[in-house]
Design a protein around this ligand. Structure first.
Ligand code: SIN
Length: 522
């Protein structure tokens, strides 16, 4: 192994980035962990419901596998899901060893329930502060292990390198202090795209540029049409769209419409615990026919003590916003939540670009199919993070098999125009309105046209110019809309009004690849 190969650059500090960095260090490598904000700021920090693993006496990895496959609507890569569900208990044991304070009942780890899980299998910590507890614990270990951690450092580009990996270009958040790293393995643990949507449960850092930069560097991306929406975020005018965890429904909270009716009962045998996409669309239908822009989550039948002890983050947020959930119904509406697709990888994190890895939400292994089962994402970061760390220790050439269908996308160089906030906000609005919970061809075409115009105006003028925030957002939005337009069916979280049912011919993954860098647009 070359000296450079032993010094992987890990981008992103959620569960996947922290865990890969820690495990690389423990395996004798010298990783550098880079994050654009503070080390602890990531989507992981806000994860509430839990982390899924079949550790209960009535559970097994085979049951967890069956639930994962069922939720994925015919597209789950079975080998990936077998790895996820089979290795999850071992990775949970690692977290216990590191000291994550999982909640217990009578000396045993307590297990909660979420939609589409046939068993209670969600470990949680601090009630609904699961992500926070994991993030803080891993961060402590990363620092104690002597991992070099660089905050406020942004990945600006990935350029051709050598067998060790690509050349990463880094800078300060304001674009100054540009550094060009020598070729070394790069692990994208940059998370998802949620905050590119106007309504989102994600923190502002979740803007998906790991995916767009990998794409610009020639990496295959796939499953980009599958953006998961979470049915229940707080929906009070002027307040943040704070996530109201699905685990609350797992404990018995129910959904009611404006008239007070439990509308999920007639829609699905599992009522409020139906798969997320089903609940999301049902809420949208209720909202469309009501005079208000939300429905209600009713937790008033739950014992007050349980409600406040099990869900301290949610209940304190609600109280601070004037809602006592033990007495009042909570206004809720869907928000963008999780990117199922991303940089296509094999089961060891290797992308189609030598030395470029992706792990966690930024990666697409096919493990979630067309719809992720709740709480499978934190554990995904650990399971595939461990595998990537081991592969980094013993690098061997390899990578993913391309999906059954691959589109090629031309990306002309742009005018290098200013990265204006108004354009960024327009992308967020259009993604929400035109590439949102329900899509159709005219809306997708209109969105694509505008994202293309923005990319042409704000995109880099040539291979040496660094893409800015708006150009990256426009490209990520294009990848989502392009894949959504191509998939002429509805499946999992991807719903087309003009093709409302699944089609057997579409039981396959869809990839997108850069056609070739082209000249500057005329
Ligand atoms: C939730 O707590 O409802 C979200 C969990 C997840 O998306 O995995």
């Amino acid at each position: 192994m070359t000296d450079r190969a032993a010094r992987p650059l890990i981008i992103g500090s959620g569960i996947a980035g922290l865990y890969v960095a820690l495990r690389c260090r423990e395996l004798g490598l010298r990783p550098t962990l880079v994050t654009k904000a503070r080390l602890e700021e990531s989507n992981t920090r806000y994860a509430q419901g839990g982390i899924a693993a079949a550790i209960g006496p009535d559970d097994s990895p085979a049951r967890h596998l069956a639930d994962t496959v069922r939720a994925g609507a015919g597209l789950v890569d079975r080998a990936a899901a077998k790895v996820l569900t089979g290795e999850a208990p071992k990775r949970i044991a690692d977290l216990v060893r590191y000291g994550v304070p999982f909640d217990t009942v009578e000396g045993h780890i307590a297990l909660g329930r979420e939609a589409a899980h046939s068993r209670s299998r969600l470990l949680h910590a601090g009630g609904d502060a699961t992500g926070y507890s994991i993030e803080e614990t891993l961060k402590r270990h990363v620092l104690a292990a002597g991992v070099e951690a660089r905050e406020s450092t942004v990945l600006r580009a990935l350029r051709p390198g050598n067998r060790d990996g690509p050349v990463a270009v880094l800078s300060a958040p304001n674009g100054t202090a540009v550094e060009v790293e020598p070729p070394r393995p790069v692990v994208l643990a940059t998370g998802g795209v949620g905050s590119l949507y106007l309504q989102s449960s994600n923190p502002a850092v979740a803007t998906g540029e790991g995916i767009s930069l990998a794409f610009r560097a020639g990496a295959l991306v796939s499953d980009m049409e599958f953006v998961q929406f979470h049915p229940t975020a707080f929906a009070q005018e002027g307040a943040p769209r704070f996530l109201i965890t699905e685990a609350l429904r797992g404990e018995g909270a129910v959904l009611r419409n404006e008239a007070g009716e439990r509308f999920m009962v007639d829609r699905h045998q599992d009522a409020e615990l139906a798969p997320r996409d089903v609940v999301t669309r049902a809420i949208e239908e209720e909202i469309a026919r009501s005079s208000i822009r939300h429905v209600f989550l009713d937790a008033t039948a739950l014992p007050r003590d349980l409600l406040f002890a099990r869900f301290p983050s949610v209940t304190s947020f609600l109280l601070a916003h004037g809602v006592d959930p033990s007495r009042e119904r909570i206004p809720v509406a869907p928000v963008a939540h999780y990117m199922v697709g991303g940089v296509t990888t094999d089961l060891e994190g290797r992308s189609s670009v030598p030395g470029l890895y992706a792990v966690g939400e930024a990666a697409a292994t096919g493990v979630h199919g067309a719809n992720r089962l709740g709480s499978n994402s934190l554990v995904e970061g650990l399971v595939f993070g461990e595998r990537a760390a081991r592969r980094l220790k013993q690098p061997v050439a390899g990578g993913p098999r391309p999906p059954a269908k691959v589109l090629s996308l031309e990306l002309p160089f742009g005018e290098g125009g200013p990265q204006e906030g108004a354009m960024f906000e327009e992308i967020r609005s259009r993604l929400w309105e035109e590439v949102g919970i329900e899509r159709d061809a005219p809306a997708l075409r209109s969105a694509l046209e505008r994202f293309g115009e923005i990319e042409r105006r704000a995109g880099p003028r040539g291979p040496d110019e660094l893409p800015g925030r708006v150009a990256n957002a426009a490209l990520t939005a294009t990848l989502i809309a392009r894949a959504a337009l191509a998939r002429t069916e509805s499946r999992g979280v991807h719903f087309r009004r003009d093709f409302p049912t699944p089609r057997p011919a579409w039981r396959r993954h869809l990839g997108v690849l850069l056609a070739r860098p082209t000249r500057r647009a005329a």
